[in-house]
Write a protein that binds this ligand. Sequence first.
Ligand SMILES: [Zn+2]
Length: 140
Amino acid sequence: MSFEINYGEETQLKTDVPKRPVRPAIMKGLKGRCPNCGEGRMFGKWLKVEPACSNCGEELHHEQAQDFPPYIVISIVGHIVVTLLMIVEANWDLSMVTHLLMWIPLASVLTFALMQPVKGGVVGLQWAVRMFGFGGEEEA
Ligand SMILES: [Zn+2]
């Protein structure tokens, strides 16, 4: 038994474009580099993605990372901080003030350290799978 699925003309066109390797694009993004060439800088100020790569000219303004990078960062930082907090709490009897002075700065530093790389990785992923106009089609 075989099934024939009609993907329609629009979907058929998308299969004609060459695939972009996902993992290298994410890795380049994690380093803050253009997902296409890996040389040009992805970010201007802090989390502001450059409109285009300064090295190869690849358009980067299509990115729509939005809430996904913070979601990932919260998950990572939460796992690290809560694990450490539970280990410390199980082994030492510290005051609440000491806990606050340890965990708030740690969570803040980790969050600021991870935000840009994680956003770069998300933009690299979006570029690789041709989301939001990265495939060359008009944006909706
Ligand atoms: Zn580039």
